[in-house]
Design a protein around this ligand. Structure first.
Ligand SMILES: [Zn+2]
Ligand SMILES: [Zn+2]
Length: 278
């Protein structure tokens, strides 16, 4: 069973629990480790996700204190979810997640992850209502991020986040269309080539918005062909979701052909064998 989660949020950003409540819940679940990935402040949208720049040292201090307090009970790691638009230095953290939440268009930043109303406003304003254009711009942003000369993060977060409000896989763009699949696959390939771990993120399933994680199953199949290394996270904004969908992901990944997932340990990232469902 997967007993680790590196993508979690707390009251320091837009989560519902304190870091300590998250650690206690993780211990209750028998986790080996828990990583905190508070949203990094981004100046293109200072209010998004509720992390003021001046709050970040307090966040780091709180997690470092828990790391010491729970030593021997659970490995606590200090991370950050950096947005591609504003990268905080990795040297302050044990690991980093890099995510694309914003699509830059003509000097404006359009968020793919705010509310359905904001998503629709961006769709109309920047893409003339054309969902495929928006998806294309999103994946181009992922490609540019992943193709930076030096690896931008340890883990690529929710690489097809643009699906978030695309109800049924077709509300704004058709996720089964060859054109969509081609642009998403190109971004996936850039992510895998970058050497970043590929995050399998269950939060879209937790929201009841899809049966498939980020990334979609067709992308996970391509990732397996390319030899991608995957990390399973729930992007938990509350303690109750710390291991949401992990059993389903074990089975899904095993059926696709993955034999291991990766977890962060004190010695660095290490593979953990997956149960064989085939
Ligand atoms: Zn995110
Ligand atoms: Zn997140």
């Amino acid at each position: 069973m997967i007993q680790s989660n590196l993508h979690t949020h707390t009251l320091f950003c837009d989560g519902k629990n304190t870091p300590e409540e998250m650690v206690e819940a993780a211990i209750g679940l028998g986790f080996r480790s828990l990583g905190f990935s508070g949203h990094g402040y981004a100046d293109c949208d200072p209010g998004f996700c509720g992390t003021p720049l001046e709050a970040m040292p307090a966040y780091r201090d709180a997690v470092r204190a828990l790391q010491a307090q729970y030593e021997g009970l659970i490995d606590v790691f200090l991370g950050i979810e950096n947005d591609a638009a504003y990268m905080h230095p990795a040297s302050d953290y044990d690991y980093t997640i890099g995510s694309v939440h914003y699509i830059p268009v003509g000097g404006e930043y359009h968020c793919a992850d705010a509310t359905p109303q904001k998503f629709e406003r961006s769709l109309a304003r920047a893409f003339g209502g054309d969902g495929m254009k928006m998806a294309k711009a999103y994946f181009e942003t992922v490609c540019a991020f992943a193709s930076a000369p030096s690896r931008p993060a340890d883990i690529m977060g929710h690489m097809d986040l643009v699906r978030r409000f695309n109800a049924g896989g077709r509300r704004y763009f058709d996720e089964s269309s060859p054109a969509y699949r081609a642009m998403a696959t190109e971004a996936l390939e850039a992510v895998v080539r970058s050497g970043m771990f590929l995050e399998v993120n269950t939060s879209l399933i937790a929201k009841g918005a899809s049966d498939e994680p980020y990334p979609s199953v067709f992308l996970l199949r391509r990732a397996k062909e390319m030899g991608a290394r995957v990390v399973v996270n729930s992007d938990a904004h509350a303690a109750k979701n710390l291991n949401f969908g992990f059993d389903r992901m074990e089975e899904l990944l095993s059926r696709i052909g993955f034999t291991e997932i990766w977890e962060l340990t004190k010695a660095g990232f290490e593979p953990q064998p997956l149960p064989d469902f085939c």
